[in-house]
Design a binder for this molecule. Structure first.
Ligand code: AMP
Length: 283
């Protein structure tokens, strides 16, 4: 496995692979890798000749009062995990390498107005910008994203369609701890008491999922989820919302494929989780 820190050396390797007719899978990450990331890398390994993992804590997707500085980092551990999963290249640039004096950004409308985009106004512009750059640098045939960040996945799919990127976006299922908590690099912020409290997210979504059926009004669904979370004293709800799975706009009833997504503060840590429901398939 190789590691690179510059765009130039990464491009050189990628061009060489392309010349040989090899396919490339890209897994964009912010590092501090866990089994959720590993599942994306493993899937990319199965479906491509070469696998590139980017490890980059992208400053442009953090708001001014968010956790950019505190975001956990452990590059040696990340390299071991990538190697175990059979990655060929880890691209690990510094922010200066990626942005220099950049003043061009990729913005996506409507899909980024709801859910996390509402509470984190610059977030998806930062995500779309860095992911576009990574697509240009690594020239992947397929790019792998987790359903854990379901709004991000929907946004990247739409951006790829709108901007004619010649690649396939592959969504991968949420990987959870044995007790249901969705794996996240941010779980490391939780102390023992908060870790226990964080179970209210998956518990509430389980309750919601059990209730979901075609035609159900989403107010009822959201209330059940809210009530379950509100039982937990350490939890503070940012949002509980059910949206159209493609447009990310709120819906009043389950009359199409929907995404129910939540963001909840446990102490100072903001955690997200979700489930999808397609009335045609899951009824
Ligand atoms: P991050 O490093 O948090 O930016 O995540 C990088 C990629 O890994 C994103 O596509 C995430 O959706 C995905 N990911 C993170 N956590 C999980 C998880 N628990 N299950 C599946 N995918 C995940």
């Amino acid at each position: 496995m190789q590691t690179t820190t510059t765009i130039e050396e990464t491009r050189k390797l990628v061009k060489d692979w392309k010349r040989q007719g090899l396919t490339i899978g890209l897994v964009p990450t912010m590092g501090y890798l866990h089994e959720g990331h590993a599942s994306l890398i493993a899937r990319a390994r199965k479906e491509n000749d070469r696998v590139v993992v980017s490890v980059f804590v992208n400053p442009t997707q953090f708001g001014p009062n968010e956790d950019l500085e505190a975001y956990p980092r452990d590059f040696a551990h990340d390299c071991r995990l990538c190697e175990e999963q059979g990655a060929d290249l880890v691209f690990h640039p510094e922010p200066e390498e990626m942005y220099q004096d950049a003043c061009t950004y990729v913005n996506i409308r409507t899909l980024s107005d709801t859910l996390c985009g509402k509470s984190r106004p610059v977030h998806f512009s930062g995500v779309c910008t860095v992911v576009s750059k990574l697509f240009h640098i690594a020239a992947p045939d397929r790019a792998y994203f987790g359903e854990k960040d379901a709004q991000q996945l929907a946004i990247i799919k739409k951006m790829v369609k709108d901007l004619d990127f010649d690649l396939e976006v592959v969504g991968c299922p949420i990987i959870r701890e044995a007790d249901g908590l969705a794996k996240s690099s941010r779980n490391t912020y939780l102390n023992a008491q908060e870790r226990q409290a964080a179970l209210c997210l998956s518990r509430a979504l389980q309750k919601g999922k059990a209730l979901a059926k075609p035609g159900l009004d989403t107010k009822t669904l959201k209330n059940v989820i809210r009530e379950e979370i509100e039982k937990e004293p350490l939890a503070r709800i940012d949002y509980v919302e059910t949206v159209d799975a493609l447009t990310m706009q709120p819906v009043e009833a389950i009359d199409r494929p929907v995404l129910t997504a939540i963001a909840v503060y446990i102490g100072k840590t903001r955690l997200i989780d979700n489930f999808s429901y397609d009335p045609e398939v899951q009824a």
